[in-house]
Design a protein around this ligand. Sequence first.
Ligand SMILES: [Cu+2]
Length: 93
Amino acid sequence: MHQMAIFTHTVFHIEPHSHMQGRTMKTQELTIEGMSCGHCVMHVKKELSKLSGLTIENIEIGKARVQIDESQVNFERMAKAVEEAGYRLVSAS
Ligand SMILES: [Cu+2]
């Protein structure tokens, strides 16, 4: 019974991604200020991954490359997520 609950939970979270197929995703290179180690990378990764319409391709100290669905994600939303992690989004291009 417990296993079943976990399975349902997983499906619930995976489902929204299937709706993204066919959408145009745009690559964005993010410059992030204040990151200095692997923990910073983890924090930024955690917050950015909460945004629907955003797929993380790579994150390293000071920068990240993501794919965004522009109908769901803009600079402000990414900046807010980065800020939530404790850092500052300087630019996205
Ligand atoms: Cu750190």
